[in-house]
Design a protein around this ligand. Structure first.
Ligand code: FES
Length: 571
């Protein structure tokens, strides 16, 4: 047995404990299994995570590759999070999924891991876990689903749900037709087919360097996915042999590259909070300001919904992610290494754009500045973000009076009230949606517009919230406001009629209420303690320990790494 393997600490020797560890695993594995690298396949497949349900088949391809390279593949189901299914929000359990995966990788006799994710929170949770346990690991993203069509028009998962539901509220689409479109949306295995959070996090993971080159964005139904999964299994065995742990190659430069990629593809705002959390696990000093600084001069090159018009299978056909990275190669950190041991830059030589309608050349960007803007001011002392490429240009500098909703329930109850004192210049404010307040920081910041304004043709308004928004959504939405209202942020003190000034170019968002007057205001009780006040369970733990959005919304005691050591025996 090679004593350099971590798993040998379980399996080596003649003692009773090693006997037990070995004997219970002899269920058809090769007789020499203990001498081989043990590769965990952390699988987020679940029937209740429809976007990841196909990962069982992907796991089989990974297993084949691991066996072929001389390793032992060990599939390990981990907490799965179906974005569309779980309430109140999948984000409430991102940290739980990360913690559970980290602990199970550490607790078991494994030497490395292949991480199978897809739906929004799954890849971030897996990467947070891998960073903290620091075992050699790589990600196989499950890939986007095929495009569905409704009345001859391609449907973007998520984005068109928002669009069609607003058409219904505006009275331009009947309820029956809306229901009919439901059967056209999901065409098979895979995650949302827009540049939403799932697509973004897959691409961002490749830009970080933890995915085999050219794999991210491969459609779920494409045979290339299984081929790459097989290759990833083989490569996991090599990673173990080389001892290439996340901390051995992931540095600030990898996150720099992820931010460049995020801007160039017009990716989801959720990537900000996930990348901050992953960096926190690695002890890398990534800040909200880095997103603005690095992303500011990156052009938008990808014409995909929600910022553009095409969908992920078009993206793959048009040359995929390497083609985008090649266009912005001068902006990438040339020293940042990937799991291959080579710099990201060196893996782009063969890439080329095959459809300039979908991926535009650098010389003709869709927008010159695609980075996520970080705002600060009296309404968001610790920061807030806005995605300018998904916003309306005429609203990027705006001053309007606040119309305040203290919860999503309050919003739903009053937004369509014909007597709501609101016009197109108003600023809609929604609070109580931060990590502590909701709890879990749901994707509600792109709040629906008042029906009476929709009927007058208004399609966007400035909206401000301490929650997140779906990566598939669009609009002039200031989100991730920190501190959140429930943590005592000024958002808790805004009142109807207050003036709010947004200036994205100046990176400011201000509540124009004199400090003296603000000091006399108190937040209402529900805002202070949040919507839920659970006595026990995960929600209690989460509320007591969750950090604010501007640092990644991880739990305070999960930041950093514990490594892979377990010093005590089990028997
Ligand atoms: Fe799973 Fe969109 S709901 S990726």
């Amino acid at each position: 047995m090679s004593s350099s393997l971590r798993s040998a600490r379980w399996y080596a020797g003649d003692g009773r404990n090693a006997y037990i560890h070995r004997a219970w695993m002899r269920r058809g594995l090769p007789a020499d299994f203990v001498d081989r690298p043990q590769i965990a396949i952390a699988n987020t497949a679940s029937d209740l995570t429809p976007c990841n349900a196909h990962l069982a088949g992907v796991a089989q391809a990974v297993k084949n590759g691991v066996y072929e390279a001389g390793g032992i593949p060990l599939e390990m189901p981990v907490v799965s999070l179906g974005e569309t299914q779980v309430r109140p929000t999948a984000m409430l359990w991102r940290n739980m999924a990360a913690m559970a995966t980290e602990e199970m990788l550490r607790a078991n006799p494994v030497d490395g891991a292949v991480l199978l994710g897809g739906c929004d929170k799954t890849i971030p949770a897996l990467l947070m876990a891998a960073a903290s346990v620091d075992l050699p690991a790589l990600v196989v993203p499950g890939g986007p689903m095929a495009t569905g069509h409704f009345r001859g028009v391609p449907l973007g998962c998520g984005t068109d749900v928002w669009r069609l539901s607003e058409e219904v509220r505006a009275g331009r689409l009947g309820a029956e037709e809306f229901r009919r479109s439901e059967s056209s949306l999901i065409r098979g295995p895979g995650h949302c087919n827009t540049m939403g959070t799932a697509s973004t996090m897959a691409l961002v993971a490749e830009a970080l360097g933890v995915v085999l080159p050219g794999l991210a964005g491969t459609p779920a139904a494409d045979a290339g996915l299984l081929q790459a999964a097989h290759e990833s299994g083989r490569f996991a065995v090599e990673l173990v042999a080389k001892g290439r742990t996340p901390s051995s190659f992931l540095g600030k430069g990898n996150f720099h590259n992820a931010i460049v990629a995020l801007a160039a593809v017009g990716g989801s705002t959720n990537a900000v909070v996930h990348l901050l959390a992953i960096a926190g696990r690695l002890g890398i000093d990534l800040t909200l300001g880095d997103f603005d600084r690095v992303g500011a001069d990156v052009p938008l090159l990808v014409n995909l919904q929600p910022a553009g018009e095409f969908l992920m299978d078009d993206f793959h056909r048009a040359g995929g992610f390497p083609a985008v990275l090649r266009e912005v190669r001068d902006l990438l950190d040339p020293a940042a290494l990937t799991i291959t041991g080579r710099p990201l830059l060196e893996q782009l030589e063969d890439a080329q754009i095959r459809d300039p309608q979908v991926i535009t050349p650098r010389a003709t960007p869709l927008q010159p500045h695609a980075g996520i803007a970080v705002l600060r001011g009296s309404l968001a002392p610790d920061g807030a973000i806005v995605k300018p490429v998904a916003a309306s240009p005429h609203l990027l500098r705006h001053r309007g009076r606040a119309v305040v909703f203290s919860s999503t329930e309050d919003l739903r109850a009053r937004i369509d009230d014909p007597d709501l004192p609101v016009d197109e210049d108003s600023v809609l404010v929604l609070r109580g949606c931060g990590p502590m307040g909701y709890p879990g920081m749901p994707e509600v910041s792109n709040m629906p517009l008042p029906r009476k304004l929709l009927q007058r043709g208004v399609r966007d308004m400035v909206r401000i919230c301490d929650g997140r928004m779906s990566g598939t959504a669009y609009g002039t939405v200031v989100l991730h406001v920190a501190p959140e209202a429930a943590a005592g942020g000024p958002l808790a003190l805004v009142r109807d009629g207050d003036w709010i000034a947004l200036d994205v170019a100046a990176r400011t968002v201000d509540l124009e209420v004199p400090a003296g007057e603000l000091a006399t205001r108190t937040a209402d009780e529900a805002t202070v303690r949040g919507y839920a006040n659970p006595r026990r369970g995960w929600e209690r733990l989460y509320i007591d320990h969750v950090l604010q959005a501007n640092v990644g919304a991880d739990l305070d005691f999960l930041v950093g790494s514990s490594g892979a050591d377990v010093s005590r025996e089990s028997h």
